[in-house]
Design a protein around this ligand. Structure first.
Ligand code: NAD
Length: 473
């Protein structure tokens, strides 16, 4: 019996229609994702798991990291512009610098070195093994830079990553993931080394805290997410939490240099980088001269009334013990803050300073404001200044800084304050390799203690012992 072309087409259409209705669109194999972005969390995790299993060789990791660096450099400005547009925080030029910093100075697989113990009883080898699928919760403040940085560090360790983006920065985070995945798969044929869900939420982030198949949880964010992760997760946790970094200036400091460092550091990306200087503690005898030097750099001195007027606009529940930054105002320009307070400063001004004398409880001193308005406190002497720095850092194990030429003072502060980053005589971002020595990271593990993370943070150490042989000497 002859069958016409028309009949064949009709049969094919019927079979396809049947297939569409008989297979749920939510079946994991059905959703191939959009370059790493999936409707369902289970598909994002399954795809990352499949990708991790292909991330086997050192040569492959090296070429993936090379591709990430290249793509991140090429797209640094576009991603910076998107981030400022979506989240409304920070400076485009500073975000370009952050994207380039992480592209260039996040270490790759070369930082991982196996070690060996050789002795009369034979040879033991200690290897850096991957965890597999890592869940990484990322902040709104450094969306693209955190993805680029985590991608390089975690893939270098042989892993794949499911990201939980901040909902307020989901488009820029997803665009970064897609752009990197496309570049990686074009070069290596491996898809989905980086994944996430299309509609991220607090709930989907919390699901990852206990998700089967995820072996390591990395959280970069504020106090609430660190607490939630600690309370809920059943996995190894690396937590990069909030800070409130003080910078202390003593009577021996080079005040011109201190002012330049503080002005550049505290205003970097409008103060949203977690290690940026958040309050200045000056020894009384040099406080006026330091203020003058800060003004010479371009900082505007605002009085208490003006600062209070800004606080009323940009903080929630102010005044009161629960005053906190209104997310709408985080990372806005100094000129916008001034205008919220009912006065104006030149557009070129990047930092507002308010002299609060001895008021350590002043609202912008005790909180992590993440805005370019910084209090200056006057301490009687170094010992009092250090007590105040301890109080305001608040045991967060994050960042502190100091400007001094007195080695004993520097030693005393470094020892007592016990932060993950301690920066002397430079802007705090120098501690992240921006103008100081060392590698960079956008995930500075604070309460859990891994410090400035890199590929070594994201591996499991495994030991393999051969008894009685292979000692070749
Ligand atoms: P955030 O805490 O509001 O959000 C961070 C991430 O956690 C987001 O993905 C968010 O969706 C998620 N989240 C928030 N609360 C949660 C909860 N209860 N359960 C599950 N997930 C939750 O922070 P942000 O405003 O995006 O970023 C700024 C904060 O992050 C600051 O406190 C800053 O110091 C900190 N930070 C720390 C580092 C570091 O390396 N230590 C780096 C960047 C930012």
């Amino acid at each position: 019996m002859a069958v016409t072309t028309h009949e064949i087409e009709s049969i094919v259409r019927q079979v396809l229609a049947q297939l569409e209705t008989s297979v749920s669109p939510l079946t994991p194999s059905q959703d191939r994702g959009d370059h790493g972005v999936f409707e369902r969390l289970e598909d994002a995790v399954a795809a990352a798991d499949a990708a991790y299993k292909k991330n086997r060789t050192i040569a492959l990791r090296e070429s993936v990291v090379k591709v990430i660096r290249r793509a991140a450099r090429t797209n640094a400005r576009r991603l910076a512009e998107m981030a400022v547009q979506e989240a409304g925080m920070g400076h485009i030029e500073d975000k370009v610098k952050k994207n380039l910093l992480v592209a260039d100075r996040t270490p790759g697989p070369e930082i991982l070195r196996p070690s060996a113990i050789s002795g009369d009883n034979g040879l033991t080898l200690i290897e850096n093994a991957p965890w597999g699928v890592i869940a990484s919760v990322t902040p709104s403040t450094n969306p693209a830079a955190t993805i680029i940085n985590n991608a390089i560090s975690m893939i270098s360790g042989g892993n794949a990553v499911v990201f939980a983006p901040h909902p307020a920065a989901k488009r820029i985070t997803q665009e970064t993931i897609k752009m990197l995945n496309m570049a990686i798969s074009e070069e290596t044929g491996i898809a989905n080394l980086l994944t996430c869900v299309k509609e991220p939420s607090i709930e989907s982030a919390q699901q990852l805290f206990t998700f089967p198949g995820v072996n390591l949880l990395v959280v970069t964010g504020g106090d609430a997410v660190v607490k939630a992760a600690r309370d809920i997760t059943n996995k190894r946790l690396i937590a990069a939490g909030a800070g409130n970094p003080p910078v202390l200036v003593d009577e021996t400091a080079d005040l011109q240099r201190a002012a330049r460092s503080i002005y550049d550091g505290a205003s970097f990306d409008n103060n949203i980088v977690c290690c940026d200087e958040k309050e200045i503690i000056a020894v009384e005898s040099i406080a006026d001269e330091l203020k003058q030097e800060l003004s010479n750099c371009g900082a505007m001195q605002v009085n208490r009334d003006q600062a209070d007027a800004i606080a009323r606009e940009v903080l929630l529940d102010y005044p009161g013990p629960n005053a906190r930054p209104n997310p709408k105002w985080v990372g806005r320009d100094a000129a916008e803050l001034a205008s919220a307070g009912g006065f104006s400063v030149p557009e070129s001004c990047r930092l507002l300073i308010v002299d609060v004398d001895r008021e350590t409880d002043y609202v912008f001193a005790r909180m992590e404001q993440m805005m370019p308005i910084i209090p200056l406190l006057r301490a009687r002497n170094f010992d009092e200044a250090l007590d105040w720095a301890m109080l305001l850092e608040g045991g967060r194990f994050h960042t502190a800084g100091m400007h001094s030429r007195n080695i004993e003072y520097m030693d005393a502060m470094a020892t007592r304050i016990n932060t993950s980053l301690f920066v002397k005589n430079g802007p705090h971002v120098a501690g992240l390799g921006a103008g100081g020595e060392g590698w960079t990271s956008m995930t500075i593990s604070t309460p859990t203690g891994e410090g400035v993370t890199d590929a070594r943070t994201f591996v499991r150490l495994r030991r393999c012992t051969l008894v009685g042989s292979f000692r070749i000497v």
